[in-house]
Design a protein around this ligand. Structure first.
Ligand code: IPT
Length: 992
């Protein structure tokens, strides 16, 4: 840096860091430390310059300031760029292009004179993206890469008491970029903390902890190896442990698990320094192909978590980390894969404390080589071995003391090759207490678990049974068949989805070999930005002028960018619930199965309550305290209503359906053991129908009347002479016809693996996005107005033969029997089948919808575990989900009654039955929007959607499921909507 080009290695060679200290644990120490976070001097160059001297203090022209930690692209220097797989530069390893944004950072720091009185002074960087060179007082000291790994540099010999100048040069692109091709924004700079540490003479360099738990004896075995020149004592006061380094103690302890994250405060001291850590006793084993923690089979109900915050990128704050952990716990997530790099070390402290199993993943992905047939892949190139092995050593060096980490991962999507074995060997040498994971080599030769991503439900089941396809190598095949199976990614949560999560989860419960999976992914990486006229929105690929990009694929999380849980997240919470309460279909009577799905806990901390409900009104309720407690893995089958509920059923008002709802909640007195939840917090819920709704009372009175303008009046409905519905109660009707399209979801837009065509493409070919209605007849038939029509899309010959039969039900109500028969050849599924109504409405977003059906959130055919039948109310605005990339959203299933509080009065819609292909169900699927589906489909961002003056109402017999075809399998047969005859029975009432 006096001239960086003269540094011992350059950023264009696959060289491990130079001039750095050995990896060691990230521990809390009482040795003096100076935080170097804050405002630094900064200047960005377009190329990897050699022009700025390391002793330039950065105070002259052209310099500005920047916040550290942070990314320069999010602080007004350059722009973020998103690619998933491909490299945004020529694939020419280890060289990178000349246009290589390079940040020069400067700051001064003070060294107290007593720090130089023996001992060492060390600079510590927790993370710098992607390659950096460090000089102090003009002397080049070190170069490093491994963006999400720490670097320590001994600066003792170049610092002076008082002020010193620190110079850091950071290149955006380097050889390291070839192994850091994770699916995320390219964001550069010093993005994690920087500190200056005093390392006292006789201090503690490192502590290696072994804390195992033996479930048969209930004893823990503890040992700590302390690296120090001093005399170390290791104490766990609560256990009376007081040992020298390397001494072992075996004694009764309480184990650590994600369910009960018991930690013991531990202190390691020498005369010169004390470090504190929190020890958890736990043992991870694989026996007979089953993944176990403390001897118990554990199912990982996980998520993949990238570090992300919309204004700060990967420079996440401790508050955000805590928010993530609390959100995960509150949604019954028990495991996190740190995709695809070691997280900020504080996140792991939180996982220890709150209880989350962690796959700690190496900072390695070379996915962009996949598109060139893996030619030149660093994973298989000896020249890269030292750099890759250095990375796993630094990960384990930093993190091995965390009880939450239950597996190490070699990386993600890095292909196959010799360096996998080298990394695995390095890990085993440092820590053989945890299994190793890597998905990219299907043979699992170097790892301890069989891992896949996005395997379909069918394939997952075959693997569960041990019936997977054979490997050609018989020995490897036999070995892999003996390994437990994990889906390191599944249920791609892009946009509206994932569908089908419950189908996978059931398999995890069924097959001992299946150890669970990790939803892809935790959060949409939408970057907070604004339009030229100042409207704020969350940007995705292409919003920042990138030359090549992968668009919306970065918005595929369970959380929206502002950390609002999406409907998929709410569904995940219900599917992952530790106390699952499900209808038991084979019991012969209405029955609920209550399962304790904890691996370690009884349900002592859970209170079971019941309620009997009709139309959302509670008829009776109580608790189940007399049932006793379920031990881990046990279940109750509830086949009989509580006596009080039976009595209430006898006297229940005739008409509405009656539901028996059972919930498990956190007892008030134990809320303390779950700092992430308040008392009464839900641990699971389910409900079963105990009495079906009576059909709507038959329409009485009334007839079709001719109106003065040549049209017809049927109860509160008015028609023109061509049979077109023009008014319903007080509301003017702008459109009323059959509809079968939806604004495609991200999942609809992609063809599922192995399929030739996406659902959205099938709908386009069927013309569903551009239908026209042909009028066939308008007739008065007895007391009904019957309109027949054909509804079909431009440029196709398939369509629907439709019959609308309108019958008055008194002055204020009208019944519609709608019959829809698909005709012709259909290339695939339908998006929906039902009636679309446009109602003129001044402020459609404000219309209140008060409904009886599934809620309060949205529900789809393959995402409906979270929704329960009740009476719910939302404004139309609140019925919408603001996906980062707008698309179909907001459907409510099982709706038997909905009141729309319109400007022109209250309009009630009721249904006592719908059917598709002969399969009947109670209730319709309802969606209400202040804009058209076409506008929703065309919108790139939520702010493109502007409420109009029409309320668009879908009343459907059914809607297609969601699936997860954006990456993986599409909608399963149990949720596909195929063209088939459909009927809806509806009643509209103008409520006075
Ligand atoms: C898989 C990647 O591992 C993950 O990082 C992410 O990109 C995900 O896809 C899609 O969002 S790899 C894919 C080829 C299955």
């Amino acid at each position: 840096m006096a001239d960086a080009s003269a540094a011992p290695s350059t950023h264009e060679t696959p060289t491990p860091p130079t001039g750095v200290r050995s990896p060691r644990s990230h521990l809390a120490s009482d040795a003096p430390r100076a935080d170097l976070n804050g405002e630094w001097r900064f200047r960005l160059f377009d190329e990897a310059v050699t022009g700025v001297a390391a002793d330039d203090p950065g105070t002259g022209d052209g310099w500005g300031s920047i916040a550290v930690p942070g990314h320069w692209q999010l602080q007004g220097h350059g722009s973020p760029a998103y690619t998933n797989v491909v490299f945004p530069f020529p694939v020419d390893p280890p060289r990178v292009p000349r246009d290589n944004p390079t940040g020069e950072y400067r700051r001064t720091f003070a060294v107290p004179s007593e720090w130089l009185d023996g001992g060492r002074v060390v600079l510590r960087f927790e993370g710098v993206d992607s390659w950096f060179a460090v000089a102090v007082n003009g002397t080049p000291l070190a170069t490093s890469s491994g963006s999400r790994l720490p670097t320590e540099i001994d600066v003792t010999d170049v610092v002076v008491a008082g002020e010193n100048l620190l110079a850091v040069r950071v290149h955006q692109w380097s050889a390291a970029s070839y192994v850091e091709d994770q699916d995320q924004w390219w964001l550069s700079g010093i993005f994690r903390d920087v500190a200056l540490l005093r390392r006292p003479a006789g201090g503690i360099t490192d502590v290696r902890v072994a804390a195992e738990y033996d479930p048969t004896s209930g004893q823990g075995t503890f040992r700590a190896e302390v690296t120090t020149l001093g005399e170390a004592r290791v104490r766990i006061p609560e256990l009376g442990i007081d040992l020298a380094s390397g001494q072992e103690a075996t004694l009764a302890v309480e184990p650590w698990s994600a369910e009960v994250p018991r930690l013991y405060d531990t202190e390691v001291s020498t005369d010169a320094e004390t470090v504190r850590l929190r020890v958890g006793f736990r043992t991870v084993t694989i026996d007979d192909g089953v993944f176990r923690v403390n001897g118990a089979a554990v199912k990982l109900r996980g998520v993949n978590r990238h570090e992300f915050e919309p204004t700060r990128g990967r420079a996440v704050t401790p508050e955000t980390m805590l928010e993530d952990v609390v959100l995960a716990k509150r949604h019954h997530v028990n495991a996190v894969r740190t995709s695809h790099y070691p997280p900020h070390p504080h996140f792991l402290d939180l996982c220890d404390e709150y209880g989350l199993y962690v796959i700690d993943e190496n900072d390695l992905e070379t996915h962009g080589f996949g598109v060139i047939d893996w030619r030149g892949n660093p994973t298989d190139d000896a020249a890269w071995e030292p750099l890759l092995v250095d990375r796993v050593r630094r990960m384990i060096g930093r993190d091995a003391h965390h009880p939450s980490i239950v597996m190490w991962s070699l990386g993600n999507e890095a292909g196959e090759g010799r360096n996998l074995a080298a990394m695995a060997a390095a890990i085993r040498e440092l820590d053989d207490s945890r299994p190793i994971h890597y998905e990219g080599d299907r043979s699992s030769a170097d790892v301890d678990v069989y891992s896949r991503m996005y395997a379909s439900v069918g394939e997952t089941e075959r693997i569960g049974r041990g019936e997977e396809d054979q490997l050609t190598d018989g020995e490897l095949d036999a070995r892999r068949r003996g390994l437990p199976f994990v889906q390191c990614e599944y249920a791609h949560a892009m946009g509206n989805g994932p569908g089908g999560l419950a189908d996978y989860d059931e398999l995890f419960d069924t097959y001992p070999r299946l150890m669970g999976g990790f939803v892809w992914e935790w959060i949409d990486h939408g970057i907070a930005t604004r339009t030229p006229d100042g409207v704020e929105f969350f940007g995705y690929g292409g919003d920042f002028g990138e030359e090549i990009h992968d668009g919306t694929f970065i918005a595929d999380g369970m959380l929206l960018p502002d950390r609002t849980p999406s409907p998929g997240m709410v569904e995940m919470a219900a599917v992952y619930a530790p106390v699952r309460i499900d209808v038991e279909p084979d019991a012969g009577v209405p029955a609920l199965l209550v399962r304790n799905r904890y691996a370690f806990r009884s349900t002592e901390h859970a209170q079971l309550t019941w309620a009997l409900e009709a139309d959302g009104e509670v008829l009776a309720s109580g608790d189940y305290d007399d049932l006793g407690v379920l031990e881990a893995g046990e279940a109750f089958l509830l086949t009989e209503l509580p006596a009080e509920a039976s009595a209430a059923l006898e006297t229940a008002p005739a008409g509405p359906a009656v539901w028996w709802t059972v919930r498990a909640r956190l007892r008030p007195d134990v809320a303390i053991d779950a700092p992430w939840a308040e008392e009464g917090f839900g641990l699971g819920a389910g409900q079963v129908l105990v009495r079906a709704a009576a059909p709507l009372p038959a329409a009485v009175g009334g007839e079709v009347r001719a109106s003065d303008d040549g049209g017809y009046a049927v109860g509160p409905a008015a028609f023109d002479g061509a049979g077109r519905l023009v008014r319903l109660g007080g509301a003017e009707v702008t459109l009323a016809r059959v509809d079968a399209w939806r604004a495609p979801t991200d999942n609809d837009r992609a063809a599922s693996w192995g399929e030739a065509m996406s659902d959205a493409e099938a709908w386009r070919r069927s013309g569903l996005d551009r239908v026209h209605e042909r009028l066939d007849s308008v007739e008065v038939d007895g007391d009904a107005l019957v309109v027949t029509a054909r509804t079909a899309g431009a440029a196709t010959d398939c369509g629907f033969a439709v019959t609308y039969r309108w019958t008055p039900a008194g002055d204020d109500a009208v019944d519609l029997e709608l019959d829809i028969v698909p005709e012709g050849e259909w290339p695939g599924s339908l998006a929906r089948i039902g009636m679309l109504l446009g109602l003129a409405e001044g402020a459609p977003s404000d219309v209140l919808v008060d409904w009886v059906g599934l809620g309060p959130g949205e529900s789809y055919a393959d995402s409906k575990v979270a929704a329960l039948t009740g009476r719910w109310q939302h404004t139309v605005a609140d019925l919408q989900t603001r996906y980062t990339h707008p698309q179909e959203n907001g459907a409510r299933r099982g709706v038997t009654r909905a009141d729309l509080v319109l400007g022109a009065g209250r309009l009630r819609v009721e249904s006592d039955g719908v059917s598709v292909g002969g399969r009947a169900s109670t209730g319709l699927e309802l969606s209400a929007r202040p804009w058209t589906d076409a506008a929703l489909a065309a919108a790139a961002h939520p702010h493109d959607l502007v409420a109009g003056d029409v309320l668009w109402l879908h009343l459907d017999a059914a809607q297609h499921g969601l699936g997860s075809a954006a990456c993986g399998p599409g909608v399963l047969p149990n949720a596909v909507l195929r063209p088939a005859p459909a009927q809806l029975r509806l009643r509209f009432t103008a409520v006075r």
